[in-house]
Structures are given as structure tokens and as C-alpha cells.
Design a protein. Structure first.
Length: 100
């Protein structure tokens, strides 16, 4: 059972991790730019980005879970994780501006 769950996570990692990494990198850049301002204003949007970045950290951590840490009970949560990945990536694609 552990091997089956691990292989499913590995497959999801190959599918979703590159796009999640890209999103994470872009959000991190925006947050760093904001923080590098001499007197960064308090911004609700930046706070939301930071919360979203933390969520991405957790999701990417799940995809990078070592085989030794995979427990059989994760099998019940795989569909939920995949749905979350798809929802986030779909939203991200919808926000990207199209070609001019």
C-alpha cells in the first residue's frame, strides 16, 4: 500500500510541481519587491499573497514527501490533494494575460 501511495504522489509531483514552483517563485519575487521598499505600506493583497505562498509551500512539501514518510492513510486524501492542485493551477492560468 505504501508503494502504491508513493507512486501516485510521484506521478502528481511530475505533473504539478513544475507549475507550482513557477507560481511560488513569482509570488516570492512580488513579496520580496514589496519588502525591499524603504517603508513598505501595509497591504492586504501582499498578506494574501504570503498566505497563498505558505499554502504552496505545504503543497510542494507534500509532493516532495520521502517514501519513508508515506503512510497508507494518505491514500484517502490523494484525490483531495489532486483536486486542490488542479484548482490552483486552473486559477493561475485564468489570471495569466493572453498574448497581445
Amino acid at each position: 500500500m505504501q508503494e502504491e501511495v508513493y507512486q501516485t504522489i510521484k506521478s502528481m509531483k511530475e505533473k504539478y510541481l513544475p507549475d507550482l514552483n513557477d507560481m511560488h517563485r513569482k509570488i516570492s519575487e512580488v513579496c520580496q519587491q514589496h519588502d525591499s521598499l524603504p517603508h513598505p505600506p501595509k497591504s492586504e493583497q501582499i498578506e494574501r499573497l504570503r498566505i497563498f505562498k505558505n499554502m504552496l509551500d505545504k503543497m510542494m512539501g507534500f509532493l516532495n514527501l520521502p517514501k519513508s514518510s508515506v503512510i497508507p492513510s494518505l491514500k484517502d486524501k490523494l484525490a483531495s490533494y489532486e483536486e486542490q492542485f488542479l484548482n490552483i493551477l486552473t486559477l493561475n492560468r485564468a489570471w495569466k494575460p493572453g498574448p497581445p
